[in-house]
Design a protein around this ligand. Sequence first.
Ligand SMILES: C[S@@+](CC[C@H](N)C(=O)[O-])C[C@H]1O[C@@H](n2cnc3c(N)ncnc32)[C@H](O)[C@@H]1O
Length: 277
Amino acid sequence: MANGQQAELGIVQQTLFFPLLARARETERKRPLLRDERAVELVRKIDFDTGTFNQSAMSFLVVLRTMILDWWVRQFLAVSPGGTVVELGTGLNTRFERVDNGSAHWIDLDLPDTIELRRRFFSDTGRRRMIAGSLLDEDWLTAAEQLPGPYFFVADGVLPYLTDDQVTGLLARIAARFPSALIAFDSYPRKILEMEHKMAAKRGIARWQWSCDDPRTLERFGLRLLESAAPTRPPAGLRATLPARYRLLLPVANPVLGQGAALSLFSALPIARQEIS
Ligand SMILES: C[S@@+](CC[C@H](N)C(=O)[O-])C[C@H]1O[C@@H](n2cnc3c(N)ncnc32)[C@H](O)[C@@H]1O
């Protein structure tokens, strides 16, 4: 789009346009899975190459991924309405707009150039603030500690861009500093990482670095796996709210597509359990 806002983003940061475009395109469908008018507005206002970041037929999987993470955050807020949600690698995500209950506290964390772009469209409020920094820093953990617990950390399409050591170090740091916090994210097996590398080379976009064949192996970093899902295998309560065509088609698609992406909800172990694990 000509005359839109220019976005000066690093190659990894630019990947925020994948989920943004997926949510905008879904909103424009006749009977959308999710409505995100903000995403439609941002796609219209920001100058980027929609051809590069279009996932066409597969974009419903990205939308379902986000909806599953929304579902878990909503469940958390239903039990802990004044708790804190930390959106790790927020990009131009609008989860706060979708799930806010009027009393939650919220941090949107991303790298400085992403936050510079985000600040043009979103504002800090008494309960919600943006932090410019890396997931690999410690400062944001200290900022989160100042907000009321319990805590929910969510990373949507983010961890694959980190190395193995960076992901496990991050999870271990969260688990150690926020005992009993909930942590939810997506992960992909090795074979999908290899497919992403081919797509990344063709489109000139950032390559994933981290894959995980079995999320349960992450339990050794002070976590316990509470729930597992996939875009084609959403939690039963969420599935019941989907349009009929998805309720019918997802179980059919699951044997083929279900192994491609995992969504995991972990709990950080209480301190006593971490010491003996
Ligand atoms: C595919 S985008 C996902 C954006 C957002 N979570 C969403 O669902 O719309 C990946 C995001 O991770 C962010 N990211 C990657 N590495 C990061 C790091 N080390 N620290 C903070 N954010 C990071 C990027 O800037 C980008 O916004």
